[in-house]
Design a protein around this ligand. Sequence first.
Ligand code: GLN
Length: 187
Amino acid sequence: MKIGVLALQGDFDAHRRRLEELGAEVVLVKKPEQLNDLDGLIIPGGESGTFLKLLGEDGFAKLRDFVLAKPTFGTCAGCILLAAEVENPKQAGLGALDITVRRNAYGRQIDSSIREGLFLNSPIEMVFIRAPKIERVGEGVEVIATEGKDESPVLVRKGKTLAATFHPELSDDPRIHQYFLELVAKL
Ligand code: GLN
C-alpha cells in the first residue's frame, strides 16, 4: 500500500515513521505530481494558513481533486484543510468533509495538552496542540472518537475521508493509523 504524507510543512515525519512501522510504503509529497498513483494521503498538523500559502491556487486545486477522489486522513491543521467551513478566522477549506471547524479553539492557556478520549468506545491518549474544534458535523459524517465531558467529536469520518483534531502520530498507540490503513485497504 502506497501512502503519501503531505510534506510541505509541519510534523510529517512522525506520520512517515508510524506508517512504515505498520508496513505501508510512504511517499513524502512535496510536488503535486507525487499525488499520482497513491492509495491514500495524510495531511499532517502544522499551520493551515501556511499550508494554503505554500500550496498556492494550483496546488490547492490538485490537492482538492485528490482528496475528493481518494482516501485522505487529516490531523489537526490537516483536519482544518479538509473541512467545508473554517472559522477563526474564516479561510478556504477543501470541502472533503461537511464539518465546521474552529481554529485554535481552546485558547492560549491550554495551547497543548494530553488527554484521554474514546476511540470506538475504547480509551485512547490524545495529544492536542493549538487544536481546532469540530463545531458542526454534517449529515452522514460519523463521529469515531470523542473527548471530554461534552463528548466533543475529535475524529470524524465520511466514507474515505478521516479527520482528527489531535495528533495520533505523537502517541505510541498505532490504532488510529491502523484504522486509516484498514479504510484504505477496504476502498
Ligand atoms: N493551530 C493550527 C491551525 O490553525 C493547527 C495546529 C496543529 O496542526 N497542531 O492551522
